[in-house]
Design a protein around this ligand. Sequence first.
Ligand SMILES: Nc1ncnc2c1ncn2[C@@H]1O[C@H](COP(=O)(O)OP(=O)(O)O)[C@@H](O)[C@H]1O
Ligand SMILES: [Mg+2]
Length: 285
Amino acid sequence: MHTEPQILLKDVSFTYEEDASPALSHASVTIRPGEFVAVLGHNGSGKSTLAKLINALYQPTEGNVIVCGYDTKEEKLVWEIRRRAGMIFQNPDNQIVATIVKEDVAFGLENLGVPTEEMLPRIEQALSAVRMNKYADSAPHTLSGGQKQRVAIAGILAMEPSVIIADEATAMLDPSGRKEVLDTIRMLNRTKGITVVWITHFMEEAALADRILVVTDGAIEADGTPAEIFDRVEKMQQMHLDVPPMTALADALRKDGMPLPAGILTVEDFVQEVEKILCPSKSAT
Ligand SMILES: Nc1ncnc2c1ncn2[C@@H]1O[C@H](COP(=O)(O)OP(=O)(O)O)[C@@H](O)[C@H]1O
Ligand SMILES: [Mg+2]
């Protein structure tokens, strides 16, 4: 396995307008192939700016962004970068351009100039990977929000990307749609080794990542595993961020004297640790 960084931000600053304060300021991050990195931060902290810098929609005002070995400052490489690092946005309706699902997935391939005979199998594979092949001939407006996001993911997959950047891709979905889209992305990360940058404000989604970046006022304030990040409950609250409900509950009980360990993120973690305290004989077997 090669461990060249897949995304590299070297002291990156970005300012939208001359006199405005930077939306991103001296950010340095290395993301390796196959990592699933969640990005947390309150509104206006700079998350979308970070995503657009990685996708070469913006170029840094200072510093360099290197994606799959390409510097986003080189304008002739922009399409090379975008086909390797595809982006999904919040609103599923704004990303669908065609009136039939398979034509929508074909759109990116047409832009890349992929020959027609090669397009069909790639579209089929991409739709199968997100389990939307049954809907290849459907009209996108008949689909649920979660299904539309999966079609958007198929459109990126057809281009055989190394990276998927999702900017609050589940924010407009109902709980089942959110689960469907997150499960799809996690499966692609595990089975195809696609690197994922997952911007979210759902703590329970971030808890499933390999690593979390916390962005505050344009700076990367914290970078660590979910357990490392969420164990700093008070620090997170100072940054006006929530922690997963089970982490907060464990923290409150720990303050009341219950000997719960750090690193509790999910209901399963919580049950396991409480059982160790309440029924030690059971957990010993
Ligand atoms: N197109 C824009 N023009 C000017 N300022 C912008 C623009 N987009 C975002 N900003 C500003 O940049 C900062 C970071 O915004 P953004 O990256 O969208 O944050 P987030 O995605 O975390 O909510 C905010 O202060 C926001 O007001
Ligand atoms: Mg945003």
